[in-house]
Design a binder for this molecule. Structure first.
Ligand code: FAD
Length: 676
């Protein structure tokens, strides 16, 4: 059948509509990069060499970041390199590029690698592929001029393993190290100062070895803000939704993939206060994922996306003279094609403060130095520069008081608002909120579509201020409202969220897959050591074994070492363990250590391990898997040392040999840690 003119015009209109539809959905589908930032023009190519060339860059700051710290340092280093040395710098998330032709990089380009180590000496998710490429595929990299800063935690055995590895690998591949390797230690709380030390040496190398001229640091924005004619009611304006899809509602938000760029709004169906204490709190929360296609497996982590408390938003707004502008709308434009927009715009100022910026944590010396140029008066400028340049005075006058950014700036300016600070500066220099991780305390076998977490609420009074953790107090607020509890919250939140989208206790979450897993066979013995909230994944493991038993599987010895202060105050899930014992019978054994029950004697899980030395040795001989979860600062190392002692004594070998055995168990995945 022939088509007439009308048919053709209808077909043409349809074709245009289809193209427009796909163009639009493609645009919106890509609204967030792997970091949650909007894509840049640069981001549209995965070719790192051509991106650098096309954008006329001569310095790249690569970051391997899991919790946002390395990414944060990367953007600050970019500012400093650009401002002090005029280097045309870009930051690079490894996940956004391929590296096949990395050896073709122009030799004049300087590469800075900021590499965090995650868990047991593992790379961060975004650096995984780059490291695999470096290990297996990379040829010589003789064009490469590089330096590396590792971000790690010395309480972990493989301290800064990734920073060290990258530094060494790049050298092996023929790269030229133009400034010394440096590393920072979160374990002893010196990350910021360690970074400063490395950066100062780096600046010396740039000046002395590469003959760069240093200029006074001056803020040059990479973003341009313009006030919008739109009002807060306009549907295209973000009120703090996690990303563009949530603002515009253009796609089915129950379908994944869900990750750190796109969360699922899970309803918290049930909460419970687990402690019996006036001063401490621990919330059990159950997230319903049944309406979504989000799934987890026992031992995974739930990432909970935070928003800031009303009190912290208010103080921050006051400190920057923004109190009257919270509902005003602005748009952002990137002035550099390699700098991505950090969130959907148009957006309100209030939404940025509440949902996007990390405003409540400790302030850094680096921020003091960068912000000095916008001080409200000369005396304040002088004071802030003195503090920024003097680590001892900074520690004494700022850090010691646990000031957040707003508290600190108001303390230095004696209450005068910092109204001259451009909002672009705030967006570029204040860290962006990152999800907090929780070891899932349910079992995907018994609770397929519900995720349980067990979170100790972080809150303390310092001087006349409340220092509070962002996510744990949000969960506590939900618990109080949901259960009509008489507990008083340390801080309060807007639980309804942007446009009421979080009403009925919804919270944005995604899942991080973990390697902390039960052995495949349910009959393999397991030894679980988890004091405090370290017991969270073990509740999941035990529930898994209960479900396996109900499925007629044979259950091997399941031995839990749990510790808390005392039996009546903070014994987590005290009423549940007897039920699990009933189900599992003699397969489940629980050894409890109470550190404050008997004032004359502090008992920790390590003591209980020693009491069970011969049993532990026998279980290990029978192929037991060992799991340690909880506090990374001391417990994990003390437990490991105790296990070394047990093996040495029981097997009559020296401790060095026993330590080798433990290391071998780790390599074989028979000794797993989930510590934070
Ligand atoms: P944050 O806002 O991150 O604050 C962190 C700490 O800083 C708090 O103690 C807070 O009081 C303090 N603080 C706030 N402001 C300041 C300031 N201005 N100066 C100084 N200090 C300040 N935790 C659990 O409870 N249960 C778990 O099962 C669990 N599992 C985890 C699993 C993994 C893999 C990881 C990495 C961590 C896990 N954590 C767990 C820890 C958890 O992710 C959070 O770090 C913790 O709950 C605190 O989060 P928050 O948002 O409440 O506090």
């Amino acid at each position: 059948m022939a088509l007439n003119t009308l048919d053709y015009s209808v077909l043409l209109a349809l074709a245009i509509a289809v193209v427009a539809y796909y163009a639009k959905s493609h645009f919106f589908a890509n609204d967030v990069g792997s970091t949650g930032f909007l894509p840049t023009d640069a981001g549209s190519s995965r070719n790192i060499v051509s991106t650098v060339k096309d954008n006329n860059k001569n310095a790249i700051v690569f970051y391997g970041s899991q919790t946002g710290t390395a990414e944060d340092y990367a953007s600050k280093l970019l500012k400093e390199l650009s401002s002090k040395f005029g280097l045309k710098t870009m930051t690079v998330d490894f996940a956004d590029y391929d590296f096949d032709n990395f050896d073709e990089l122009d030799p004049d380009v300087l590469c800075f690698f900021l590499m965090a180590t995650y868990g047991e000496g593992e790379p961060t998710d975004n650096a995984n592929d780059f490291i695999a490429w470096l290990d297996d595929e990379a040829d010589t990299l003789s064009n490469l001029k590089y330096t590396v800063f590792g971000l790690g935690n010395s309480t972990y055995e493989f301290y800064n393993a990734i920073g060290k590895k990258i530094d060494q690998k790049l050298e092996e591949k023929g790269g030229e190290r133009f400034a010394e390797y440096g590393e920072g230690d979160d374990g002893v709380g010196t990350m910021d100062e360690d970074y400063f030390t490395w950066k100062d040496k780096l600046i010396d190398s740039l000046k002395n070895n590469l003959n760069f001229e240093e200029h006074e640091m001056k803020y040059e924005p990479s973003l341009e803000l313009s006030e919008s004619y739109l009002t807060v009611d306009d549907p295209s304006v973000s009120l703090g939704e996690p990303n563009t899809k949530y603002v515009l509602g253009t796609s089915d938000l129950t379908k994944g993939p869900f990750d750190n760029a796109h969360p699922y709004l899970a309803q918290v169906k049930h909460t419970q206060e687990l402690f019996n204490s006036k001063s401490r709190s621990c919330v059990h929360a159950e997230f319903d994922i049944s309406p979504s296609n989000l799934r987890y497996s026992t031992g995974d982590h739930l990432a909970v996306w935070p928003s800031n408390s009303n009190e912290n938003v208010e103080t921050f707004a006051k400190a920057f003279g923004l109190a009257d502008k919270l509902d005003d709308v602005f748009e952002l434009k990137s002035l550099d094609s390699t700098v991505s927009l950090p969130f959907h715009t148009p957006i309100t100022y209030g939404a940025v403060l509440r949902h996007h910026l990390e405003i409540s944590g400790p302030v850094s010396r680096q921020l003091f130095l960068a912000i000095a140029g916008f001080a409200p008066n000369d005396a304040t400028k002088k004071s802030i520069l003195e503090l920024g340049n003097d680590k001892v005075a900074f520690a004494d006058k700022i850090h010691h008081h646990k000031y957040n950014i707003a508290d600190a700036l108001l303390a230095v300016s004696k209450g005068e608002a910092w109204s001259d600070v451009p909002f672009e500066f705030i967006i570029e220099f204040v860290s962006h909120l990152q999800p907090r991780y929780y070891s899932i305390s349910s079992s995907s076998l018994s609770e397929k579509t519900t995720i349980h977490v067990t979170a100790v609420v972080e809150a303390e009074e310092v001087e006349d201020r409340t220092i509070s953790g962002v996510v744990t107090n949000l969960l506590k607020n939900i618990e109080i409202v949901q259960n009509k509890s008489s507990d008083k919250p340390a801080v309060t939140y807007d639980l309804d969220g942007p446009r009421g989208k979080y009403a009925n206790f919804k919270v944005p979450v995604h899942i991080r897959r973990s390697t902390f897993k039960l052995p495949t066979s349910s009959s393999v013995p397991v030894i679980m050591i988890g004091p405090g909230t370290g017991v969270a994944p073990f509740r999941g493991f035990v529930r898994e074994r209960v479900a396996q038993k109900k499925n007629d599987l044979k259950i091997g010895p399941t031995v839990l070492f749990y510790g808390c202060r005392n039996e009546t105050e903070d014994f987590l899930y005290k009423n549940e363990w007897p039920e699990y014992s009933k189900e599992l019978g003699s397969a489940l054994e629980i050894h409890t250590a109470f550190s404050r029950q008997d004032p004359s004697k502090k008992v920790y899980v390590q003591h209980k391990l020693l009491e069970q030395a011969s049993k532990i040795n026998q279980l290990i001989a029978d192929g037991a898997f060992i799991y340690v979860c909880g506090d990374a600062s001391r417990m994990a190392r003390d437990v490991q040392n105790t296990l070394v002692k047990i093996l040495a004594a029981e097997r009559n070998i020296d401790e060095e040999r026993a330590a080798e055995l433990v290391r071998a168990f780790k390599v074989q995945n028979r000794y797993q840690e989930d510590v934070w």
